[in-house]
Ligand binder design. Structure first.
Ligand SMILES: [Zn+2]
Length: 241
């Protein structure tokens, strides 16, 4: 991972030169040391520590077995254990969505796969909150409906489908590896997507409505008369002669 990429996500990653320190929150240089088991040669590395250049605290890393991987195990920070990944939830994020979103952030450092699957669930809840009576349709269909009903941007559609795809993928034993052969951690980017979707589907509309309602009453009445006139003119034009 390049420094630039690391700065954009800053999630603690095994052997990364820098990451956001879970102790002092600085984007700081890390000094790595391998720990060996005492025993007959050849000695094996069983764990590693990363010490923060800013605060001198160390984190402990171990190869962690997961349900999905065989062979080389991915290394994860095991101490300190709670490291929230990705941005804090948007202030307008609905409570039910937020609950799952925060769970995704808290598990993502030790299991990006669980984090990804939970972010898909958060999207599922968000999309159904935006629709009426969407309890019996699939997320795929719910996305198509919400895009059409709310006239959402193509950007929103892409973010929803990327979240849906990776969330499904996380539940199947297919491991996507990046160029360095590491399991790719998509959680920070997907978390940003979810916040952006809350901004587009809820916050922006709420803000426009709030500011519109703050206009003088006479002005709003004038606007409503204008729109009624336009609607009537359109209806007249469409009426068969
Ligand atoms: Zn630190």
């Amino acid at each position: 991972m390049s420094d630039e990429e690391a700065a954009s996500t800053s999630v603690p990653t095994y052997k990364a030169r820098k990451y956001r320190c879970p102790y002092c929150n600085a984007f700081s240089q890390q000094v790595w040391e391998d720990l060996y088991a005492v025993g007959p040669a050849p000695r094996t590395v069983v764990a590693a520590t990363s010490t923060c250049a800013a605060c001198d605290e160390y984190a402990l890393w171990r190869p962690m077995p997961s349900l999905w991987t065989s062979g080389t195990l991915p290394w994860r920070m095991v101490y300190p254990s709670v490291t929230a990944v990705g941005p804090r939830p948007h202030v307008e994020m609905p409570a039910k969505v937020k609950e799952v979103y925060e769970e995704a952030r808290s598990v993502a450092a030790t299991s990006p796969r669980a984090g990804t699957a939970l972010l898909r669930l958060a999207l599922d809840i968000l999309v159904r909150e935006l629709l009426e009576d969407a309890s019996r349709i699939t997320l795929n269909d719910a996305i198509a409906r919400v895009i059409a009903e709310r006239q959402l941007s193509q950007e929103a559609q892409r973010m929803m489908d990327v979240l849906r795809f990776h969330g499904n993928d996380a539940l199947h034993p297919v491991v996507e590896l990046d160029a360095e052969g590491e399991e790719e951690d998509l959680v920070p980017a997907l978390a940003v997507f979810l916040n952006t979707l809350v901004e587009e589907t809820i916050a922006r509309a709420a803000n426009a409505e709030r500011m519109y309602q703050a206009l003088p009453e006479g002005k709003r009445a004038e606007i409503e008369r204008r729109d009624t006139r336009a609607r009537e003119a359109k209806e007249r034009a469409e009426r068969p002669a």
